[in-house]
Design a protein around this ligand. Sequence first.
Ligand SMILES: Cc1cc2nc3c(=O)[nH]c(=O)nc-3n(C[C@H](O)[C@H](O)[C@H](O)COP(=O)(O)O)c2cc1C
Ligand code: SF4
Length: 291
Amino acid sequence: MRFIRNGIIQFLLHKIGFNFSVNPKCLKCVNDCPSDAIDIELGTINDNCIHCGHCVAICPESTVFPDADNINKLHLSTVSSIDFQHLSAGIRTCRSYLDREVDDETLKLLIENMKHYPSASNTRPIQITTVKTKEVVQRLNNQTAGKLIRTLKFITSPVIRPISRIIAPNYNPSLLINYKKQFIARQTPESSQVCHHAPVVMLFHAPVTKYGMAGADSYIWSTYTSLFANTLGLGTCFNGFIVKAMERSKAMRKEFKIPANHMVYSALLIGHPKVKYTNEAGRDKPKAKFI
Ligand SMILES: Cc1cc2nc3c(=O)[nH]c(=O)nc-3n(C[C@H](O)[C@H](O)[C@H](O)COP(=O)(O)O)c2cc1C
Ligand code: SF4
């Protein structure tokens, strides 16, 4: 962030005694800055800045300039709280897609809008790989399914079962064995048990760091993307199978062009939905308490 009028001339004027305040009346940026990083007299922003952009967002005179992009005026949203409740109630995981591509303009729009989504410490480490070729989606499906089958075989094997019971108290071998049998029976080269014949799979990935929060960032970005996609009439499905398979397979990460130091933290299937819903899915409210 920087003040538009901040520069060498202003600095020199200040040095010889001119008090060249950037916006002496307002101080909104100073008061809203979470890091006390702004010196309004000097028109400078020091290294405590966490790059949140609040000073840019709050300035009525557009005096503070962002690190990237331009100063763009906000358009007031007309989405009411009831609209949001209706939107949330209407979004279902889509596992049934029309055989129709999602056009590049729409994909670009989904990606462009990610500039608005937050990230921990404003580090914005998330990168997007969009798989949008039928054959590549099918390869991603088959390799993930293969990985899942191998994992299911392993954790349900008679040798591992007792250990799994100790590690995971909720482990239910009969349920898993049944799931494994069904999954294997349905798995053919053309079936799409993981990707559900979605035309697009978006992979959200980032460098692996010890203390970073890329996992949380990824799910926030993919969740916003899912909401936005639904407003465009698209259907989406978070895909944990792909995330888990990618986590375990360096070869898969390499094949799907994920950089060597990155991990895939979330995956989102996107496409035109084949089905329409007319009723809410009845669900319990979350357990919540106020303290
Ligand atoms: C983190 C996460 C991972 C998921 N992974 C998968 C997946 O791999 N395959 C799938 O078909 N659905 C997946 N889902 C979708 C859930 O199964 C789905 O949200 C649940 O069935 C509830 O249905 P709804 O989204 O239509 O309300 C995932 C959802 C979340 C939140
Ligand atoms: S970007 Fe945020 S932390 Fe940095 S100066 Fe502006 S308000 Fe303060």
